[in-house]
Write a protein that binds this ligand. Sequence first.
Ligand code: AMP
Length: 216
Amino acid sequence: MRLVLLGPPGAGKGTQAQVLREKLGIPHISTGDMFREAVLQGTPLGKEAQKYMESGQLVPDEVTIGIVRERLSQPDAVGFLLDGFPRTVPQAESLDEFLAASGRPLVAVLSIQVPGQVLVGRLTGRRVCSQCGANYHILNKPPHQAGKCDLCGGDLVQRADDTEETVLKRLEVYEQQTAALVGYYQQRGLVREVNGNQEPQKVLADIGLALGRDWG
Ligand code: AMP
């Protein structure tokens, strides 16, 4: 199965991807996670990406396309779940070209939609485990013990780009540069619309229906 998860920041792409990769047995490829890891490791890629991420801007296409092509060239990427990529039309075109050349076109694009005012609350309240990456929310999904991960006991932190100012910038960048991709993939007959403004379990069930899988 070769899928793209499309939707604004805070739509729940990462949350769904965590479950989908298990259910579908395909790697979850998140450019945001790849950039965050590079920042953590202090690599040249991380240093380059950090300036853009901190201000809510997109990392330049040539850098992003390069890391995705490299990842998709690995042997486990026969099927995949792309999360946060593509984010611009040139990225989508480059992806099409790359996948066509290797004879493995996309099967579907899951477009997860959530109203803008809900997204701001979701993102500014989000907390992430600094050790295992599990997601929480101060109101919607608080941990059992304040500031600690239920799964591994790690410290919960706020992502540097989840502050209100940067969140508003990220949503603006989404509207300007990424929202057009829904139309791009609609023209190619790939879009499956999913209502992301409901409980994660319900979103997952709707994704199952959209993919013709009955996983409850
Ligand atoms: P995410 O975790 O998907 O919200 O991504 C966090 C940040 O990483 C974004 O705000 C961008 O700065 C950068 N980023 C992630 N994916 C891409 C992409 N496909 N193109 C450009 N920048 C990206």
